[in-house]
Design a protein around this ligand. Structure first.
Ligand code: HAX
Length: 426
């Protein structure tokens, strides 16, 4: 067990529980938000109905993890960010080592997972494989075991934390296996416990990395995608499933299925596909005018430009900025990366002129694919798996906190159209 992290959490809990109890007792009936009809028909957009302390997303700030803007965390390791998500503090060297060594100890994947993955057709989408692999390990759940033994409700977070750490520790090896299996990259590469979590993942993927910069990119990638508060499709799904006291295997597998949608995490693969298709259709590296024409035609045909727009943000996503900065530093002359820059200069204007998208700016998915492509990871169907591995950190932090705070079953009220018509007429 990650002793230092667990002790930290344990020491923080009494105060956090007391605070929530006091707030509910003193202000239980205070109005916090109001709901208008268009929000009911509009995917509940903007309705404040969830508590999430791991991170927050301001429409004009982007992702802030425990009070720290994401652009100030780009030099951190994903393990450090996981510690931060959970506790609100970055680990010192000892706490980081303790967490890393625990993750190493937990990293052995049960052999039946490889059998399950090998039994799936090779053209199964990598996200199905990731979700299935996580789901297949459900029988390992400490949470379910302890629940069946009758553990006290206020202690449930401990086996949840245990399950979450196991999933984090194993997810990289599973994802690397999926990559190598789906795309004929050869045998699985054994983990190297001397490396940090992200560098080890890069090592197991087997991408050529003579100067170590792919490892650096993986660290950045896994930090940037780690969390995005709890109202997005995948994190919300994770919370809903877990609120029925389903364990982390059920909850994260469900969450990953939501991440696999093209309006959410799959945009990651769609963006690169879009750029490559544009290049192929035009037949050469396009000029600005050619990019503008191509995108305008796409919009005119009613399609979305992947990587642009967001349900919450109204600025250039700082995570996109982080990837753009990384590309400018490491691969400024790369052809695909340069097209990302071209689109950034052109698409927002087109979207603003079209006037439909509330946010015309690039989101996290607009640039990352071009960086991976540069390193020879050209199989864009795999990209959302990378997103999933990173987001498992956020799911894990949110699940542990939800059980520690004993959040109740999530059960909003639905209404009929008849009810809406009557209510609207009042
Ligand atoms: N291109 C074209 N049209 C767009 C658009 C885009 N990039 N973004 C939004 N619109 C359109 C919507 O389709 C919608 O059109 P209709 O009224 O005809 O249905 C209209 O603008 C209003 O949409 P919105 O309120 O601005 O956006 P939503 O909150 O409904 O949706 C999305 C947010 C991210 C799903 C949306 O912007 C989109 O589809 N973007 C492209 C896909 C994408 O990049 N997804 C990844 C988002 C980041 C993420 O979650 N990553 O995991």
């Amino acid at each position: 067990m990650s002793r230092i992290l667990k002790e930290k959490l344990t020491s923080q809990l009494p105060e956090l529980r007391e605070e929530a109890k006091t707030l509910a007792k003193n202000f239980g009936t205070k109005v916090m938000d109001q709901v208008v009809l268009e929000q009911i028909y509009g995917g509940m957009r903007g309705i404040k109905g969830l508590v999430c302390d791991t991170s927050s997303v301001g429409l004009d700030t982007g992702l802030i993890i425990r009070g720290i803007p994401i652009l100030q965390l780009t030099d951190k390791l994903p393990e450090e960010v996981f510690y931060l998500l959970l506790t609100g503090e970055l680990p010192d060297e000892e706490a980081l080592k303790d967490l890393q060594s625990d993750l190493n100890k937990r990293s052995e994947v049960p052999s039946y997972v490889w059998d399950v993955l090998n039994s799936l057709p090779k053209d199964t989408h990598p996200m199905v494989m990731l979700s299935t692999a996580i789901m297949s390990m459900e029988k390992e759940s400490e949470f379910r075991k302890k629940y069946d033994e009758g553990i006290a409700k206020d202690k449930l977070w401990e086996p949840m934390f245990d399950d979450c750490l196991n999933i984090i520790a194993r997810s990289t090896q599973i994802a690397a296996f999926i990559y190598r299996k789906c795309f004929d990259k050869g045998d699985m590469i054994p983990p190297d416990p001397s490396l940090d979590w992200a560098a080890n993942f890069a090592h197991m993927l087997g991408i050529k990395d003579d100067d170590g910069s792919f490892k650096k990119l993986m660290r950045l990638y896994l930090v940037l995608h780690s969390d995005h508060e709890s109202g997005n499709v995948s994190a919300f799904t994770c919370q809903v499933v877990s609120s029925a006291l389903s364990d982390a295997y059920y909850s994260m597998s469900a969450a990953l299925n939501g991440l696999a949608g093209p309006l959410h995490g799959l945009a990651n693969q769609e963006c690169l596909r879009f750029i490559l298709k544009m290049r192929e259709t035009i037949g050469h590296v396009p000029s600005d005018d050619e990019v503008r024409d191509y995108c305008q035609k796409l919009l005119d045909s009613g399609k979305v430009v992947s990587g642009y727009g967001h349900a919450v943000l109204r600025i250039t996503d700082p995570r996109f900025t982080a990837f753009l900065n990384w590309g400018k530093e490491h691969i400024p002359d790369d052809e695909t990366f340069r097209m990302v820059g071209q689109l950034f200069n052109i698409v927002p204007d087109l979207l603003m002129k079209q006037g439909k998208a509330k946010d015309p700016w690039p989101n996290v998915d607009a640039g990352s694919g071009s960086l991976l492509y540069h390193y020879g990871m050209t199989e864009y169907k795999f990209y959302t798996v990378l997103f999933g591995v990173s987001r498992i950190l956020g799911f894990a932090a949110q699940l542990t906190i939800a059980r520690a705070m004993q959040f109740p079953l999530i059960r909003p009220k639905s209404v009929t159209t008849e009810w809406i018509k009557k209510q609207a007429a009042v």
